[in-house]
Design a protein around this ligand. Structure first.
Ligand code: 5GP
Length: 194
């Protein structure tokens, strides 16, 4: 997605050979117009898949997920990282090992909000080693819902999450694919095939 790639080049910061900081438009400050364009793009790609629910992970997945849900007219559910006092329902739990924080977090979703009739689209901000995606897939499986696919805003293809998921037959749609962050520069996958 050209608009997103331009934004990454203009406002992203390469923190190391493996981490990109995008706190000017996605991870801290949010660009609503860009999020709407992202939502439209995901909605276009999954419009024929009878999605009934979008599932994401708080907090950075919420903005792109909400915009996608707005266009697809589906509810958006986010897995919570901290249990709130109001979460008194039965919960599905899974564990995520965070790539950026290097720690394990338990994530939870209320059983009454996800069930076997749901056709689920997972949305997340980044795909690196696939840990966050695997935790969300685990929750979809616990609910015996149908997984339609995964919509990722930024995939780093030099980490193996995307490869593993695709090898397991999971549909992964990424709006920007980063081949490398070496030497402080962002190289996109499609630059390679030019
Ligand atoms: P994974 O679970 O696929 O290893 O990593 C994905 C999760 O880690 C995302 O939900 C995202 O929050 C975080 N993450 C992974 N790589 C990056 C990165 O380069 N930059 C930022 N800002 N977050 C990342």
């Amino acid at each position: 997605m050209k608009l997103l790639e331009e934004k990454i080049i203009l406002e992203g910061n390469v923190l190391s050979d493996s981490v990109l900081k995008v706190d000017r438009f996605l991870n801290h400050q949010i660009d609503p117009e860009l999020m709407l364009s992202i939502g439209k793009e995901f909605a276009e790609r999954f419009k024929n898949d009878q999605i009934t629910k979008i599932l994401t992970l708080e907090s950075s997945g919420i903005a792109p997920a909400v915009m996608t849900g707005l266009i697809l007219q589906t509810p958006v559910l986010f897995a919570r990282k901290k249990k709130s006092l109001t979460m008194v329902d039965d919960l599905y739990h899974s564990e995520v090992y965070s790539f950026t924080k290097q720690e394990k977090t338990e994530v939870s979703v209320s059983k009454k909000l996800l069930n076997t009739n749901d056709r689920v689209l997972l949305i997340d901000d980044f795909l690196a080693n696939g840990q966050a995606a695997l935790a969300l897939i685990d929750i979809v499986n616990q609910a015996e819902a149908s997984l339609v696919g995964l919509g990722i805003v930024i995939e780093k293809t030099f980490q193996n999450g995307g490869d593993q998921l695709r090898k397991n037959g999971i549909r992964v749609e990424s709006l920007a694919q980063i081949l490398s962050l070496e030497n402080g520069r962002v190289h996109f996958v499609h630059e390679e095939v030019k």
